[in-house]
Each structure stands twice: as structure tokens, then as C-alpha cells.
Design a binder for this molecule. Structure first.
Ligand SMILES: Nc1ncnc2c1ncn2[C@@H]1O[C@H](COP(=O)(O)OP(=O)(O)OP(=O)(O)O)[C@@H](O)[C@H]1O
Length: 806
């Protein structure tokens, strides 16, 4: 570019290769020829700098050695320009081309020089007289001196052609090579910090699915959670920033002149920005696999924006600074821009520091943009997240498929629901939770049955490339469930696996949003009514509701490294639980006493200072329960709280739940009928997403009980058959459950469709018969008969497969 940019005289070709200087020397076999004799910058010039001159001359002689081996490597020095003029005239056969240096800048190597050719030569072509060759040598020597200082690879001799080389191509590559070294560095740097984005995205996306919802439900403030995750990622990145800075500024020589503190700050800020950007990606995509893809896409997009910026936008006077700065909102573009600008200054050997940043406006602007990008992306992410959870008057989301080809509402209708006796419930306690026609549909994509990876994908493509993607298949977890709950009562929610219990609890605590229907939670207030109803789909209501909510999730969400006590202290802080006291010290010691009491309540006093990693499964459940009870919430949702606990611990928990239920609405899901019977003031049974029944244990047993058991105690076993035959005369379908010589149990099954009165009448008839037989002396060995009530388990099993038609 430098050489071919000079216009050649008309009629000459510019496509010829540069001739070597040796070939131009007219002396036979170069005998005595002098290559590029030179004159140093004139004395008295203040910018004369010995070191730079030496560096350039050293590079020049290296280049000459590469292409002009016939010349001696020592370049002859002439004392001044008069001497040069004399020599030229006198020895034009051996003295062909010469250099006169004007001035050389010590730090930038900016050089002013003149090329001498004898005036006896008619200049018809710059190439043929060696002028262009000399200039190419000198320009490369100057560039190599610069590159040597900044550690960039040196350029080869301009005459080191490849066979198909075209004259000038290598010279043009001078400027491109210099720039591309900087851009390669930028590329690698951006690539290196992808891990910060990817790690954050992965951590938040995974937590979003598993840990975060549960932690939020247990009282964790979402903003604190986000800040904690970002802080951890940033803390991990700090040592990495130091190492990268050390590599760039010390070992790698990539930034020899730029202040290392500036580089460290830039890298640290970019790390934070990359981390925040990772969080942004989790906000805009809902699943972790999508987020991973987004990291890759954003990387290429960012690089693209940087490339477009470098080529078309940055430093273009025709493009407004606003547009230029807009491009710098891209984390990768702004980082790349700063590095590229600093590289430009490095090549010019300029030292950029915090103190002289003002002299480099474009670097300063990019640095300011890098800094402000952090709060901007954080605000955008939090804003989108907030918008997503808001309930809009118009629903922009694609409507879920509510074409209900399933049975809606309760199984068996009103008669399976026990009428509540409101006279026994305080008016404030009545209807503390109103659940109305809740439907929950989980959209689900059918999984491909093949697991053959790339090979099966290829096969599928070959077999039927036009086969459309599998259609969405919905899972209907709740099919229009309605019921009202009352404070001071515990509702035991029963149901087989997958019947919808956890889904119901998640909707109640706002962790899941129902597809349709409404949940209203009653909270006491100072308002004239004395209470308000909160709608769990409204974020502000949800926030208030969660302050009054205690949740024990189905799976423990605990930190292995924290002790039991530390968990309660942490959650107390996160839930904002405060204890009134005159002094903060008093308050915190009172809080510790309260936490100790709670640990004692759940039988964990001995383990209060033990880390969770050393607790048994049952002990972890106790800790989760204690967290749920923290702060005396008015609504307590317990998802299988006693699973994994031993008998003694279970009984203690039952006692505790019974003690605390006053003024509170408690819902407990369980697979233990004994637990439901003991704790449930009312028991609700869910079956495949529908409410099968709800009522007291007595109501359920009376309604769905299969009948009583007759327990018979005999003095002589040989008479048992006789007793069974008597029973069968009244209850033809009676069945023998257990029997031994001296005792037995007979199930007095209620016939299908038989009413309670009719059944009672049969029982009376049976006992009258026994009485008569005893009186007549027919059953002399019968010591005692008794009636056993139907268990809840029998009710549950009887209801198992019942549907509306039955
Ligand atoms: N996130 C989800 N995506 C898709 N389907 C889900 C999801 N969560 C639950 N389901 C489905 O909803 C139905 C009800 O599940 P849920 O966990 O509420 O049952 P459950 O009664 O609590 O079961 P278990 O007693 O086993 O805990 C099941 O068919 C389940 O597969």
C-alpha cells in the first residue's frame, strides 16, 4: 500500500516485481557494490534518537540479508549529505541507492527520510532504478522496529516473494497484518469470558427450575437471591481477571505500554457485565437448554456487532455518536472496541493510563459505556422478570389449550362434599382460603422415542424429512377443583401419586399459576371488614401473602454446609422476621432463643449445631418443617412433612401441628392414612386431578365405609363356623378376614347402594340374633363380640378407581 500508492510515471507497469538492489548494481558480480549507504539525521535535530536509529538500521540490515546476500550486512555510513552527493557522482557504478534520514521519533518511530538515486539515471520507472525497492526496505524496517517493541511478529523482506506473488501484495499486507494481530486477541478475549456468561446462565437457569422456586416459597427474597448468585459468580471471576491481566501485560506482552491497572479494571468490569448478561439470557429464555443455546448465539451476535462496528460504524464521522454508542450496549462489542483501541495505541507505543485517559476520547467513551452497560443490563433483566410475573389486563401469551375434553369439577358432585357447620367456626376464620374451579394444564412436548443421537436424526431425515415435529401433549394436573378452607382447621389432602396434591399446594403458594380458576387467601387487617382477600395471581398480593406463609416443600431445600441453627437464622433474616426489643443486641439474643425453641419443637435441639450434610433424611424433614413454622405464619402448607421420620418423631410433629393450628389454616399432604385421620379436621381426596370428596373423617367413613368388622372372641374354636353361619344369615356377603381357634374377624360388608339406616337395622338384627342364641344356650362358648369401625385406608382404597359414573 505504501509503495504502490505512489503514482508511477505514465506508461510504466506497476505489476512488476521489485528488483533486488544487487541486480541493479552495474559492477560485475556486485564487486564493490554498496547497498543503501545512509546519512544519519542531521546534527542539531532535537528528535534525533540513537536507539530508534539503531533499531531501524538493525532491521534494515536483517531485511537486506534475507534478499541481498551478495551485499555485506554492514550498511556504509556517510558523514553528511555533501559527502553523499560527492560519492554518488564519483562512483555511480557501485553506489546506486542511498538514504538520508531526516528525523526519527524515539517512541513512535515516525521517520522522515529521503531516497537518493544518481541524477545521471533517467527516471523512466521507479522500480528499475531501485527507488521503490529501497523504500520498501526502509518502510518494513521501520514497521519491524515498531513491531519488535510491541511483541508483534515481524514482516519478512519485501523481496521474499512466493512463486505466484504479485508485486505489491506483500506490501499491502503490512497494515492488515498489524491490525489482525489485535483483532485475534480481541476474539480470544471475548471467547475466554464466555464462560462467565455461560456459568451464570447455567447456574441461574438450573436454580430457576429446581432450587429457586422452593427457596422463594420458603421465604427467600428474589432480589437477594439474584444478587447472591451474581456475587458468587463475580467472586469466582476476580482471581481469573488478575491472571488474565498478568498474562496480557507481563508474560504475553500484549499490553506493554497500557497501564495494567486499566487493563485489570476493564477485564473485571467485563467479567461483571458478562455475568449480568448471563442472567439476562435466563430471563428471556425459559429453559436451561434454550439458555445454553442463547449463550452461543449471543456470542456470535456480539462478535458480529463488534465487526460491523469496526468496519462500518466506529470512528466514522458520518455516523452520529449516539448510533456508535448504541452499538456499545452489546457487551462483546464494547469490550472488543476497548481492546482494539488499546491495541491501536500499543502499536503506536502510546501508554494509556487512568491519568491520561482524557487524551483518548474514544477509549474513555468505550470505558464509560462498559461501566454503564452493567446497570443497564441488570435493570433490563429485572424489568423483564418483573413484567413476566405481572398480570396484564390483556393476556399476550398464547392461550393454553382449555378445550377441556376431560371431566371437569368434583367427582360425585355435591353429595360427596360434607356441608360445613359454620355455627362452630368464628366468622373471621370462615373461608380463610377459597379455591374456585382450579384447572392446571402443563403443556408438554412429546419426547422422541429414539435415543440414537446424530445417527437417528440422520435416519429420520433420510426416511421422512418432511415429518413435522411432535405435537404438544398436555398434562391436566387439576380439573376444576373447588373447596373452601377455614382457619383453625387442618385439611389433610390425600391422593395417589400424580393425583395433583403438590400442584394444588404450588398454586396455593403462588409458585405455580393456575391455567384458570381463582385462589383467594383471607388475611386479617385493620380495615372495617377486619379482613381482605388476596389473589395469588397478583404480584403485590402474592408478596403480602408470602409474608404470612410457611411452606415445607416436598423435597428439602437446604444448604449442606450450614448448620440447623444457621438455616433458621438465615431464613429469619430473609423472611424479615424481627423481634421487638429495646436494643438490637437484645433483639438478636431473643431471636436466638426463639430459634432454639423452634428447634426443640421439632426435636432437633441436639443437632442445632450440626451441618445439614450430616443429618439423616428424617432430621432434614424436621428442619424444613421448622423453617416453615418460622415467624408464626397464618397459612402453613406442608407437603408430606413426616416422610422419612420415625414413629416417635412423627408423633411429636403431629402433636406440634395440633398445638399450633389455632387461628391458622394448615394444609398437609400425606400418604399416611393414620396421619390424615389424626391431623385432618377435614380430609380431601384428589383423584386424577379431581376432588373426589371432602369432609370430616366420620363423614368419609360413613359415606364410603365398606362396613363394620365384627370381632368375635370364643372359648372354644370349634364353634367359629357356627358363628360365621349365623352372621351370614343376616349379612349374606360377609367375609372372613382373620380366624383362629379362639377369635376371628368378619367383615360385614355393606351391599352396593345400601343406605346407612338400612345397614344399622341389619346390625341391630344381628345383635338381637346373638342375644337370642345366647339366651337359648346355643352359643355357650361365645365370650364376647364387638364392632370395629372402617378405617380411612379402607375408604381411600374403596374410592381408588371410582369415577362419576360409578
Ligand atoms: N412441571 C410439570 N410439568 C408437567 N407435568 C407436571 C409438572 N408437575 C406435575 N406434573 C404432572 O401433574 C400431575 C400431578 O402431579 P403432582 O406432583 O401434583 O402429584 P402429587 O399428587 O403431588 O403426586 P405425589 O404423591 O407423587 O407427590 C402428574 O401427572 C405430573 O406428572
Amino acid at each position: 500500500m505504501l509503495n504502490r500508492g505512489l503514482s508511477s510515471p505514465a506508461g510504466t507497469s506497476s505489476a512488476n516485481r521489485l528488483p533486488t538492489l544487487s541486480s541493479l548494481c552495474s559492477a560485475t558480480n556486485n564487486q564493490g557494490c554498496i547497498p543503501l549507504a545512509y546519512v544519519l539525521p542531521s546534527a542539531g535535530n532535537s528528535s534525533v534518537a540513537g536507539k530508534s536509529v539503531d533499531a531501524i538500521l538493525g532491521e534494515l540490515s536483517l531485511l537486506l540479508q534475507q534478499s541481498e546476500p551478495l551485499f555485506s550486512s554492514d550498511l556504509p555510513t556517510l558523514s553528511n549529505r555533501d559527502d553523499l552527493a560527492v560519492q554518488f557522482k564519483a562512483n555511480s557504478d557501485i553506489f546506486h541507492v542511498a538514504l538520508e534520514f531526516g528525523s526519527i521519533n524515539e517512541s513512535t518511530f515516525d521517520t522522515e527520510y529521503y531516497i537518493w538515486i544518481p541524477d545521471t539515471v533517467l527516471i523512466s520507472d521507479f522500480n528499475s532504478v531501485g527507488y521503490t525497492t529501497a523504500q520498501a526496505y526502509v518502510d518494513r524496517a521501520i514497521l519491524n522496529a515498531q513491531r519488535n517493541r510491541s511483541g508483534v511478529p515481524k514482516l519478512k523482506s519485501p523481496l521474499d516473494y512466493s512463486d505466484d506473488g504479485i508485486n505489491g501484495v506483500r506490501v499491502v499486507s503490512v497494515s492488515i497484518t498489524a491490525k489482525s494481530a489485535g483483532l485475534t486477541l480481541v476474539f480470544y478475549m471475548i471467547l475466554m469470558f464466555q464462560s462467565a456468561t455461560a456459568n451464570t446462565a447455567r447456574a441461574i437457569a438450573n436454580d430457576k427450575k429446581l432450587l429457586r422456586p422452593e427457596m422463594v416459597l420458603m421465604g427467600m427474597n428474589e432480589t437477594i437471591y439474584i444478587i447472591a448468585v451474581l456475587a458468587v459468580q463475580i467472586a469466582v471471576s476476580v482471581p481469573i481477571s488478575f491472571i488474565v491481566t498478568a498474562v496480557l501485560c507481563t508474560f504475553g506482552n500484549f499490553f506493554e505500554y497500557t497501564s495494567w491497572v486499566l487493563i485489570l479494571v476493564i477485564i473485571a468490569f467485563y467479567t461483571i457485565l458478562a455475568t449480568v448478561f448471563g442472567y439476562f439470557l435466563t430471563v428471556i429464555s425459559s429453559d436451561s437448554r434454550a439458555t445454553t443455546g442463547m449463550v452461543a448465539i449471543s456470542f456470535y451476535l456480539g462478535l458480529g456487532m463488534f465487526g460491523i462496528g469496526e468496519i462500518l460504524v466506529f470512528d466514522k464521522p458520518t455516523i452520529s455518536s449516539t448510533v456508535q454508542n448504541l452499538l456499545l450496549l452489546s457487551p462483546h462489542a464494547v469490550f472488543g472496541r476497548i481492546l482494539a483501541l488499546l491495541q491501536d495505541q500499543e502499536v503506536q507505543l502510546n501508554s494509556v493510563t487512568f491519568t491520561n485517559l482524557g487524551e483518548y476520547q474514544n477509549i474513555l467513551t468505550a470505558l464509560v459505556m462498559l461501566t454503564v452497560d452493567i446497570p443497564i443490563w441488570l435493570a433490563i433483566s429485572l424489568g423483564i422478570e418483573n413484567m413476566k410475573s405481572r398480570s396484564w389486563p390483556i393476556n399476550f401469551k398464547r392461550k393454553s389449550n382449555l378445550n377441556t375434553d376431560f371431566e371437569l369439577g368434583d367427582i360425585g358432585g355435591e353429595e360427596n362434599i360434607e356441608t360445613v357447620d359454620f355455627s362452630a367456626i368464628d366468622s373471621v376464620a370462615q373461608n380463610s382460603i377459597i379455591i374456585s374451579k382450579i384447572i392446571k394444564i402443563f403443556p408438554k412436548r412429546e419426547k422422541s422415542k429414539s435415543t440414537g443421537g446424530a445417527a437417528s436424526t440422520l435416519k429420520k431425515f433420510i426416511v421422512n424429512p418432511f415429518k413435522s415435529a411432535p405435537k404438544a401433549k398436555n398434562v391436566i394436573a387439576l380439573k376444576g377443583v373447588s373447596m373452601n378452607l377455614h382457619a383453625g382447621q387442618t385439611l389433610a389432602l390425600l391422593g395417589h401419586n400424580g393425583s395433583g396434591k403438590t400442584t394444588m399446594l404450588s398454586i396455593l403458594n403462588g409458585g405455580l399459576r393456575q391455567s384458570s380458576g381463582q385462589v383467594l387467601i383471607k388475611l386479617p387487617t385493620n380495615l372495617p371488614d377486619g379482613f381482605i382477600y388476596l389473589d395469588t395471581t397478583k404480584p403485590t398480593d402474592l408478596k403480602t401473602m408470602r409474608q404470612n406463609l410457611g411452606v415445607c416443600p416436598q423435597f428439602d431445600v437446604l444448604f449442606p454446609a450450614f448448620t440447623c441453627k444457621e438455616h433458621l437464622i438465615l431464613y429469619a433474616a430473609l423472611k424479615g422476621i424481627t423481634i421487638d426489643s429495646e436494643s438490637p443486641q437484645n433483639a438478636s439474643s431473643k431471636l436466638l432463643v426463639y430459634i432454639d425453641t423452634l428447634l426443640n419443637d421439632v426435636d432437633l435441639t441436639e443437632k442445632s449445631n450440626v451441618r445439614v450434610s450430616a443429618l439423616s433424611g428424617g432430621q432434614k424433614r424436621k428442619l424444613s418443617l421448622a423453617i416453615a413454622l418460622l415467624g408464626n405464619p397464618s397459612i402453613i402448607l406442608l407437603d408430606e412433612p413426616t416422610s422419612g421420620m420415625d414413629v416417635a418423631a412423627t408423633e411429636k410433629v403431629w402433636k406440634l401441628i395440633q398445638e399450633i393450628k389455632n387461628n391458622r389454616t394448615i394444609i398437609i399432604t400425606t400418604h399416611s392414612m393414620e396421619e390424615a385421620d389424626t391431623l385432618g379436621d377435614r380430609i380431601a381426596i384428589l383423584n386424577k386431578g379431581q376432588l373426589q370428596t371432602v369432609g370430616t373423617s366420620m363423614f368419609l367413613k360413613g359415606k364410603f365405609g365398606v362396613g363394620f368388622r365384627l370381632i368375635v372372641d370364643l372359648a372354644d374354636g370349634s364353634l367359629f363356623n357356627e358363628v360365621f353361619e349365623i352372621v351370614q344369615t343376616v349379612f349374606p356377603s360377609a367375609s372372613l378376614e382373620t380366624s383362629s381357634n379362639t377369635s376371628g374377624t368378619i367383615l360385614l360388608e355393606k351391599e352396593n347402594g345400601m343406605g346407612s339406616l338400612e345397614y344399622s337395622a341389619l346390625l341391630s338384627k344381628l345383635f338381637a340374633l346373638f342375644h337370642a342364641k345366647l339366651e337359648s344356650g346355643e352359643l355357650v362358648n361365645l365370650k364376647a363380640v364387638g364392632l370395629g369401625q372402617t378405617t380411612l385406608e379402607q375408604v381411600f382404597l374403596a374410592l381408588k378407581d371410582q369415577d362419576i359414573s360409578e
